[in-house]
Design a protein around this ligand. Sequence first.
Ligand code: ZN
Length: 269
Amino acid sequence: MHGYIPAERFFPYLSWTQVEALPDKANTLIIQPIGAVEQHGPHLPLVVDAAIATAVVGQALHQLDPAIPAYALPPLYYGKSNEHWQFPGTITLTAQTLIAVLMEMAVSVYRAGFRKLVLVNGHGGQPQVLEIVARDLRQQHSDLMIFPLFVWGAPHNAAELVGASEYNQGIHAGDVETSVMLSLLPNQVDMAKAVREYPNELPAGSLLSLEGQLPIAWTMADLSRSGVVGDATVSTAAKGNAILASVAAGWVKVLEEVYRFEGLRPLPS
Ligand SMILES: [Zn+2]
């Protein structure tokens, strides 16, 4: 059941007595991979974001110094995916439900004595939800350190590997995600159905954008007929292998830093 996660780092394989006896729970990393089950165009399976978040965590944990205590929770497959609502197969939680699930998971982790919780999210539609959860938990438990992180936020060279323009514009099921899926689950990718599609541009000189400083609200049906925003036709497993290796190496550094992190310094009195 551990899948991409090393068995010795898969939290639900522990017994309660083992959890109770862990020596340094306050500085043991508990990592929650978070994905989505949502459309990723005609050529990719629904599971992309959950697969990528879990595989990156797994590859990073395989490389992490065994002296750093860290465990992965089972991946949360469901996310908030209502921007893909018009495409059948998308399963979405409401923001309220996702907040409740993450809060209750975190409170359970806290109650067991852990004080460092790392959320590793693979779905671009929900960082805001994780940030709300993290802020509320911090307000309620001043001794809990919680890190609401995006899988693509770690250092990596994906922009070099697919080109800066596709990296910035190919926001969904484009070259990055398709290449990574060709590496992870090649039998679940149908390159004969891969397309290249980009949304209509906003008027030239517009201050507004789809994401960024002055964003407009949209759903995927506003942007794309296929469900793809990007170029999936040029994807290769070789690129996917290189992207995954780079992101996983970035996550090793992030996890090392979370392990060393001792909290913000107290204000001078
Ligand atoms: Zn995705």
